[in-house]
Design a protein around this ligand. Structure first.
Ligand SMILES: [Zn+2]
Length: 153
């Protein structure tokens, strides 16, 4: 993927930001969307993503700043309701050294955590939850997001 610039055809998030169906998308706002991670670290691992190809927080406009935080809040609430995790990691990886999987298109990760899962994950190295779980995760989370979004816009 090439550096900066407008959303190019090879940016997975730009492609997903266009209206249309994706079984991974949980809800769409005006300027952002929430999507399940295709390669989750835990059940319910999702991302809040601006529609625009914005590389960092510095380039977000006012509406994007507000909506991304509202979506992140809804994501915390939805994960809590659906999974009752013991904790949640919420984070942004900017740049390759920081671990960003998709470069130059900001995304906020939310990863539900349970007591003891760190040891479990360490013990099995890079093993992740199987992607077959994703349709079930989407079916569980989508109605919660739709309700939260409807009641809080
Ligand atoms: Zn993009």
């Amino acid at each position: 993927m090439t550096a900066a610039g407008g959303g190019t055809g090879d940016c997975i998030f730009c492609n997903l930001s266009a209206p249309g169906r994706s079984e991974l998308i949980l809800v769409r706002g005006r300027v952002s969307f929430v999507i399940l991670n295709l390669y989750p670290y835990n059940n319910g691992h999702l991302m809040v993503v601006p529609n625009r190809h914005a590389p960092n927080l510095a380039t977000l406009d006012a509406e994007e700043q507000v909506e991304l935080m509202r979506m992140t809040r809804h994501a915390e609430m939805a994960l809590t309701e659906a999974y009752a995790p013991h904790g949640i990691n919420i984070g942004i990886n900017l740049g390759k050294p920081a671990g960003a999987g998709v470069l130059d298109h900001l995304h906020i990760h939310l990863v539900p955590r349970w007591n003891g899962d760190t040891n479990f994950m360490t013990a099995i190295g890079d093993t992740r939850v199987l992607p077959e779980d994703l349709p079930a995760s989407a079916a569980k989370l989508r109605p919660i997001f739709e309700r939260l979004h409807r009641d809080d816009v």
